[in-house]
Structure formats: C-alpha cells, structure tokens
Design a protein around this ligand. Sequence first.
Ligand SMILES: *[C@@H]1O[C@H](CO)[C@@H](O)[C@H](O)[C@H]1NC(C)=O
Ligand SMILES: *[C@@H]1O[C@H](CO)[C@@H](O)[C@H](O)[C@H]1NC(C)=O
Ligand SMILES: *[C@@H]1O[C@H](CO)[C@@H](O)[C@H](O)[C@H]1NC(C)=O
Ligand SMILES: *[C@@H]1O[C@H](CO)[C@@H](O)[C@H](O)[C@H]1NC(C)=O
Ligand SMILES: *[C@@H]1O[C@H](CO)[C@@H](O)[C@H](O)[C@H]1NC(C)=O
Ligand SMILES: *[C@@H]1O[C@H](CO)[C@@H](O)[C@H](O)[C@H]1NC(C)=O
Ligand SMILES: *[C@@H]1O[C@H](CO)[C@@H](O)[C@H](O)[C@H]1NC(C)=O
Length: 381
Amino acid sequence: MEIILRILFLLTLLHNVLVNGQIYDVLKFGAKGDGVSDDSKAFVKAWSVMCGCGGNNSTLLIPSNKTFLLQPLIFQRPCISPSVQVKFDGKIVAPINKAAWLKYKLLRWVSFTEINGLTIIGSGTIHGRGSSFWEQLHFQRCNDLKIIGITSFNSPKNHISINECKRVTITEIKLVAPHDSPNTDGIDISESSNIDIYDTVIGTGDDCVAINNGSMNINITRMNCGPGHGISVGSLGRDGEQSMVENVQVTNCTFFRTDNGARIKTWPNGKGYARNILFKSLKFTETKNPIIIDQNYVDKGRIDVEESAVAISNVTFTDISGTSWFDEIIKLDCSKVTYCKDIVLDKIDIATTDGNTPIVQCTNVYGKSINAHEVDGCFKR
Ligand SMILES: *[C@@H]1O[C@H](CO)[C@@H](O)[C@H](O)[C@H]1NC(C)=O
Ligand SMILES: *[C@@H]1O[C@H](CO)[C@@H](O)[C@H](O)[C@H]1NC(C)=O
Ligand SMILES: *[C@@H]1O[C@H](CO)[C@@H](O)[C@H](O)[C@H]1NC(C)=O
Ligand SMILES: *[C@@H]1O[C@H](CO)[C@@H](O)[C@H](O)[C@H]1NC(C)=O
Ligand SMILES: *[C@@H]1O[C@H](CO)[C@@H](O)[C@H](O)[C@H]1NC(C)=O
Ligand SMILES: *[C@@H]1O[C@H](CO)[C@@H](O)[C@H](O)[C@H]1NC(C)=O
Ligand SMILES: *[C@@H]1O[C@H](CO)[C@@H](O)[C@H](O)[C@H]1NC(C)=O
C-alpha cells in the first residue's frame, strides 16, 4: 500500500513538473520574428497550447532581439491554467499598411479577455505606429492581473485599457505618444476595482490616467506624467448616465507641461457620484490647469439645462506645489444642483510661470482650507 502511495506521489510530482512552469516560446510555434511576416497565428497557437495544458505558472515567451508583426488578436479563455505569464522581451509592431486592418471591426489591437492570474512582464516594446486602431492593449474581465516593465509607443488610441478587472498591478511601465496625438490616454480604467499603479512614466496626447465609471479603490503613486492631460477622474455622466467612482488616491506624482494636473470632470445632467478622492504630494512644472474640477464638461456649442449632476464629495488636494502656466491655479467649477461637498485644499504652493498673482476660482464649493489662506474665499459658508 505504502509503495503504491509513493508511486502515486512520484507520478503526481512528475506530472506537476511536466505541466507547471513550462515555457512556450512563440518561435517554436512558427513565429518568424523578422518584422515582416505575420506572426499572429503562431502567437494564438502558442497561447492556446499553453492554456490547454492546465499547469500553473506557464510562460508564453516573446523572446528578445526579435520583431513580431501582429494583426489585431484576442487572447481569451478557456485558459485552464489558473495562472499564466507572458514573458515579453521582444518587440511587437503593428502593420504599417492600414489596408491590412480594414477587415477588422474590432477597435482594439491586442486584447486579453477573461484571463485570470495573468502576468505580463519583461522589457518588451509595443509599437502601434499610430495605426487606425483604438486601444493598444485591452484587458477585459481579467482578475489578478499584473503588467510589469513593458513600454508602449505611439498607440493610435488608448495605450492600456482596463475594463471589468479586479486586483490589478501596473508598475515600471512606460507609455509614449506625441503630445499632439488625440485620444491617446495612457491608462484608461473603467468598471474595475483594486488597482495599484506605481513607478510609471507616461507621456501622451491625452490623459496619463483616466478613471471612469464603476472604478473604485484606485491607487496611483510615483508617476511621471507629461506631456498629456494629467490624471483625471472622468469624464463622468455623459448623456445622463449614472456614474460612480470612489476611493481614489493619487500621491507622489510629478506633472511636466501637462494641460491639466489633478482633474475631475463630469457632464451636466449625469447621475451618481465621485467621492473619497485624494490628490497628495504632487509637483507641477508649467502645468496649464494644476487643480481643476469641471462639472460643466460639454462639447463646444452644446447648451444644457442642468437638472442633475454627478455628486462630488470628500475630495482633498494636499501638498501640491510647482508652477502653473496659466494664472488660474485652481478652478473648482461645481454644479449648482449638487454642489461639491467636503472639498479640502491644504498646503497649496503653486506659483505662476510668468510671476503673476495666482487666481483661484470657485463656484458652488463647500469645504475648507488649511495652510492655504489664499484660497479661503473659495468656499461657501
Ligand atoms: C495549480 O495551483 C492550484 C492552486 O494553487 C492547485 O490547486 C493546483 O493543484 C495546481 N495545479 C497543478 C497542475 O499543479
Ligand atoms: C513562475 O515562473 C517564472 C519563470 O518561468 C519564475 O521566475 C517564477 O518565480 C515562477 N513563479 C511561481 C509562483 O512559481
Ligand atoms: C540580444 O542582443 C544583445 C545585443 O546584441 C545581446 O547581448 C543579447 O545576448 C541578445 N539576447 C538574446 C536572447 O539573443
Ligand atoms: C491604496 O492605499 C491605501 C492607503 O495607503 C491602502 O489602504 C489600500 O489598500 C491601497 N489600495 C490598493 C488597491 O492598493
Ligand atoms: C457604470 O458602472 C456600473 C458598475 O460597474 C455599471 O453597473 C453601469 O452599467 C455603468 N454605467 C454605464 C452607463 O456604463
Ligand atoms: C510619498 O512620499 C513620501 C515622502 O517621500 C513617503 O513618506 C510616502 O510614503 C510616499 N507615499 C507613497 C504612497 O508612496
Ligand atoms: C474621505 O476620503 C478619504 C480618501 O481620500 C478616505 O480615507 C476617508 O475615509 C473619506 N471620508 C469619509 C467620511 O468617507
């Protein structure tokens, strides 16, 4: 009996060694890595073999010193393996020829759908080449996701979008796009919770991070943001939608020549809330609008009768310093329907680039300031 048990134990061990921690190199699945051949099929094949094996911690290897040309593709379940890793060290490029893309209706390039326990790690680079696509890397319903180390260049639209994911860590990544490229958000988060983003560098033509409806427990720290539109909650409540964002902490970040810094923007006539938001220890260099709440975010020329608004409350701006390109260092333009409530301005030390007296403009704001006397007049009593 004992011998049988021992043999069974050894067999299990052997099985685990065979299925766990295996490496699936895309080159072994037919990828050329010459930057010209279409390697999409090889990637999908390597992925599905890996996912089918059921082992823990299997690795899809995208090796260094190779350039892989990929069409839009989706990595999706079923992935039997409870945790998978993509060791991404090479270079991935989009086709230059836009015609090659036209037959795809998806507005995404590389998507991961319903993969739990996914880690993408390495020194790899993704080159969107500004193709006519939306999101560069799209993650939907991926719980326990980690993205570590990679660099993304010239995404045509959002670089990384996170939708309906729980427990996400993003660190040591770099996202780069020209300052004048439209809608190239760095990281776009929606309907997701428990997101930790730290030690990142993002310079794009739009928001470094956009935190949208259904997001909660979001921490962003030690981000170098710029150029771009800063770190934004919203826009929320478009077309009367109900939007909820709560528990957001943005700390120890720097902003270099961004259009905005710490921003919350909502459309008139939305519903829901944005609350429990902390912007702490932020440094600005020549930022146009360092601190801004905009509850009148509308397309030009649109007239709205305001009947409701996304309610903004418990928002703290503290230890904020640096220089503002415009004289208006703080603009809190809140809804007359909901007002902004429990707003705290604390230790604000922002000078204007041209040496003019800083201007603080507040409408419909309840709250207080500590150690920031120049903004005392901001609040309703
Ligand atoms: C994989 O990990 C899970 C949870 O840690 C464990 O239950 C399962 O037995 C492991 N599978 C293999 C093949 O080792
Ligand atoms: C997963 O595998 C990688 C290398 O393939 C290794 O570095 C890592 O420590 C492994 N993680 C676990 C939890 O076994
Ligand atoms: C990639 O190229 C660099 C520089 O040429 C070399 O040092 C390195 O060993 C190469 N790596 C691989 C995996 O071939
Ligand atoms: C965010 O930071 C707070 C305070 O430092 C911590 O309590 C919380 O667990 C963090 N949340 C995430 C998702 O990392
Ligand atoms: C906003 O997010 C919530 C929570 O995830 C979701 O139930 C709702 O459908 C979203 N609203 C819109 C308009 O997308
Ligand atoms: C921010 O920086 C301060 C001072 O260096 C440090 O004490 C604090 O722990 C940092 N906060 C985070 C969330 O990294
Ligand atoms: C206000 O928001 C902060 C996060 O910035 C949170 O720690 C605190 O609990 C919130 N206060 C209330 C009363 O909800």
